[in-house]
Design a protein around this ligand. Structure first.
Ligand code: PSV
Ligand code: MN
Length: 398
């Protein structure tokens, strides 16, 4: 059934406000710890990553910002900021969340802010504070903190001492923020630490944020939950506590494995968006939530995969926006279970692709982003320009 004109209006408004941030690290060749499959056209440096993100925005119209990972994108630290800003502007995007990296250097073997060695904790904090300066220089609102900290074997670390060190490090980070700056604290139940992680779930993140101050909010990475966990309930709670800082979107079948958003369970993503849209309806507000992609693909063409992700996010957000919130509230109050659930199902099964095509055309874009990108010839050009650099690193590429 085609949308009514009232539904079309709701859909257009939803599309006008919806944006999703791309990760710079999703455009370079990456792999699993078992191997790396090189793509000849993948980005080989930060300007290329930003250029590729610009392509995704150009064809989808909903990805105006790019999250950056400091060690991977700002090798020279603050000195790199002017070039990064200039490249971003040239490609029609802005710099989004700043991600410190306190996990890959050798000194972090036993952790960063949770390391028993005070000198390592000091180095980690110093890197994070440098990132706050970069955040200030790029004008980014959010500092996005993820820690690989934890232990691998029972008894090998003091869980409570590490908690205290984290509290101190996060409070010191918070103290450095000013203006509209915020810090987002991400949680993850395991990997790379396989016995305990220092910020394992949303409750731990919530406590650290509360102890740090009002600029600290919880970041929900959809891949960082145990099987069967009710993520939308976590989202609803964080919303009601004004503690939802943002999202890292990806999907997973078993554990955090960076699968494409919605590729395994689109209804899960819809239910998350539904909690947000229902909250907006009930409170008469539009929560300002950064939706960020955190995926890094080894096998699919990286730009195509990001286009697919952005379109999926738009479709699922749109479906959630189309839930008849007023009717749902009546059914919830009267205990009409079937009717309430059907409100969600009706929206979820609505084909929103026609109105999405219409919106794109209204904005001067091609109706089918993936097709248009493929026809643009960008991949062939990138392969020609970057192939030698990418393939030079591999001896057995066939
Ligand atoms: C860790 O798994 C994580 O989700 C963090 O957000 C990192 O910044 C990102 O992935 C790195 O790919
Ligand atoms: Mn993440």
């Amino acid at each position: 059934m085609p949308l009514t004109s009232a539904q079309t209006d709701v859909a257009i408004q939803a599309l006008n406000r919806f944006a999703v941030e791309l990760p710079s690290w999703g455009f370079a060749n990456t792999g699993t710890r078992f191997g790396k499959f090189i793509q000849a056209g993948a980005a080989t440096n930060t300007p290329e990553k930003i250029a590729d993100a610009g392509q995704v925005h150009q064809f989808t119209g909903c990805c105006p910002t790019v999250a950056v990972h400091v060690l991977w994108d700002f090798a020279k630290g603050l000195a790199d900021v002017p070039e990064v800003l200039q490249v971003a502007a040239a490609h029609g995007v802005a710099i989004g969340a700043i991600n410190p990296n306190v996990f890959q250097d050798q000194c972090y073997k036993n952790g960063s802010l949770g390391n028993p060695d005070p000198e390592v904790r000091r180095m980690a904090l110093s890197h994070i504070l440098d990132c706050v300066e970069i955040q200030r220089a790029t004008g980014s609102r959010d500092l996005s903190l993820w820690f690989a900290d934890g232990t691998n074997f029972p008894g090998t670390g003091s869980i409570r001492a590490r908690k205290q060190w984290f509290t101190e490090g996060l409070q010191a980070t918070h103290a450095a923020l000013s203006g509209n700056q915020r810090m987002l604290v991400e949680y993850k139940p395991f990997e790379p630490a396989f016995y305990h992680t220092d910020i394992a779930d949303w409750g731990m993140s919530y406590i650290y944020c509360k102890q740090s101050g009002p600029r600290a909010k919880v970041l929900v990475d959809t891949g960082h939950h145990y099987q069967a966990q009710n993520i939308e309930q976590i989202v609803a709670w964080l919303l009601s506590e004004d503690m939802l800082g943002g999202f890292h979107f990806n999907d997973r079948r078993y554990a955090d494995d960076d699968l494409t958003l919605g590729s395994i369970d689109p209804y899960q993503v819809f239910r998350i968006f539904h909690e947000i849209c229902q909250f907006a309806f009930e409170t008469g507000t539009t929560p300002d939530i950064p939706y960020m992609v955190d995926q890094s693909h080894n096998l699919k063409n990286k730009i195509e995969e990001m286009i697919q992700t952005a379109c999926t996010a738009q479709e699922l957000y749109l479906k959630a926006a189309l839930v008849d919130h007023a009717t749902l509230a009546i059914h919830q109050k009267s205990g009409a279970l079937m009717d309430a659930e059907e409100c969600l199902r009706a929206a979820f099964f609505t084909d929103v692709r026609p109105v999405l095509r219409e919106w794109r055309q209204m904005k001067g874009m091609a109706a089918e982003p993936l097709k248009a990108f493929r026809e643009s010839g960008y991949t062939a050009k990138a392969e020609a320009e970057r192939g030698a650099r990418n393939l030079g690193a591999v001896s057995s590429y066939a």
